[in-house]
Design a protein around this ligand. Structure first.
Ligand code: URA
Length: 410
């Protein structure tokens, strides 16, 4: 007979748990036989003691087996999925999905909602009036066959164990465990039916992982899990000290993504990252070099095929893009001195955005889709005293103290 306390104690002492012990514990939790406080205790022990590779493979398997495993074998082509560990202003999926699909690599992207300071792709897409994010598996397959691109919410039965464990980790200080992050991400990607997987690991002030060392550890781990499951996994470690691009907030971010896709916005850390990620995905999907893929990616923006693919997807999922709205109340924040912008603190921007109502601090919170922040100036740019640093789209009156820490100008 297995015993809950024995298993917690075993991990507390730094010993490895078997597949059977992990399965007993995690499935027991999913079935409500093991309590929140007992699971919290085990998660904290895992956080502190870590896990062996065998334990991580076992946990990933348990997560995968908790729900459906999708197969898209009747869709031709190599299906490449992408995952980001989450950042401020990260709207890369909205840009790279259409680019990659426009180049003939099928994209089925199941995205999530934001939690904490980081936004979620599904919340961003919901700022488009009538856009459907709850497609059924049949609808997903039909749409990929028809236009090669779907971005939708995770179907309820995909790695349901991850959903409940993630929610518990979020409120018990156990989010940043690298083994737990690796099994959470990889179980969803493998259950989601991807042939190849690209993971954008964010590191910095506005990210889950704060050091490059931890980012490398996670990178090695997801590649190992991929090998175990016979999936090619590539990773990119990208900076999240400063926000990505100009916009933070749902409809503002959709508009920024469109500006990149139609070639209006060509220079920012966001544009660079989107080209890098899309090129990796195209290289994996078409089995060509990164150099060749990058040329194709740039061409798809130039000739508007990526933009047209985006519009095709919006239309097919019922969205009315011309009705997208930003908040009419716009407050301009001006610089109090002249100089060069040397830093924009991603975490402070994220906190301000949440205060404006762009995301949720609790799962049940409502979102103001039209609220947000537009950074007029980015890191490295010069600014004159009195010029506009950023615009705040909100009905809420913001205490200027919340803004002072965002920009560093020297
Ligand atoms: N993203 C996930 O999907 N899971 C984690 O645990 C962390 C980031």
């Amino acid at each position: 007979m297995m015993n809950v306390i024995d298993i917690i104690n075993k991990k507390r002492l730094g010993r490895s748990l078997s597949y059977d012990e992990l399965s007993f514990f995690f499935n027991g939790y999913l079935n409500n036989e093991i309590k929140d406080y007992q699971m919290s205790s085990l998660l904290m022990a895992i956080c502190i003691r870590g896990m062996s590779d065998e334990e991580i493979f076992a946990l990933t398997k348990i997560f995968i087996e908790s729900g459906d495993v999708l197969g898209f074998s009747d869709i031709s082509g190599i299906k490449v999925d992408k995952h980001s560990t989450g950042g401020i202003g990260d709207k890369t999926t909205l840009v790279i999905g259409p680019i990659v699909a426009s180049l003939g690599v099928p994209v089925v992207k199941m995205s999530g909602r934001g939690l904490g300071y980081t936004g979620g792709t599904i919340d961003k897409l919901e700022s488009i009036p009538n856009f459907r994010v709850n497609l059924t598996t049949e609808e997903i397959i039909e749409q990929v066959k028809s236009i090669g691109l779907v971005i939708t919410g995770q179907t309820a039965d995909l790695a349901p164990m991850d959903k409940v464990i993630y929610a518990l980790r979020d409120v018990t200080g156990t989010v940043s465990s690298i083994p737990l992050i690796a099994s959470s991400i990889m179980s969803k990607k493998i259950a989601g039916g991807a042939d190849k997987i690209l993971i954008d690991i964010k590191v910095g002030k506005g990210a889950l992982l704060k050091t490059k060392k931890d980012a490398y550890k996670l990178s090695q781990l997801v590649i190992k899990i991929g090998k175990f499951y016979n999936r090619e996994v590539r990773t990119i470690i990208s900076d999240m000290d400063i926000p990505l691009g100009h916009a933070v907030g749902n409809s503002l971010e959709v508009i920024e993504a469109m500006n990149i896709l139609c070639g209006k916005e060509t220079k920012s850390n966001l544009v660079e990252l989107c080209i890098q990620l899309a090129s990796e995905m195209v290289s994996m999907g078409k089995e060509i070099s990164i150099e060749e893929a990058t040329k194709l990616v740039k061409k798809s923006i130039k000739n508007r095929s990526a933009y047209n693919k985006f519009l095709e997807m919006i239309k097919m999922q019922g969205g009315n893009i011309s009705d997208i709205k930003v908040n009419k109340n716009v407050k301009k924040i001006r610089s109090t001195k002249s100089g060069v912008i040397v830093d924009i603190n991603a975490l402070e921007v994220g906190k301000l955005a949440i205060n404006l109502g762009t995301g949720r601090m609790r799962k049940e919170d409502d979102i103001d889709y039209g609220a947000g922040i537009y950074l007029e100036k980015l890191v490295g740019q010069k600014i004159r005293k009195g010029a506009v640093l950023m615009k705040i789209y909100s009905d809420i009156n913001i205490d200027e103290k919340n803004i002072e820490n965002i920009f560093t100008i020297k």
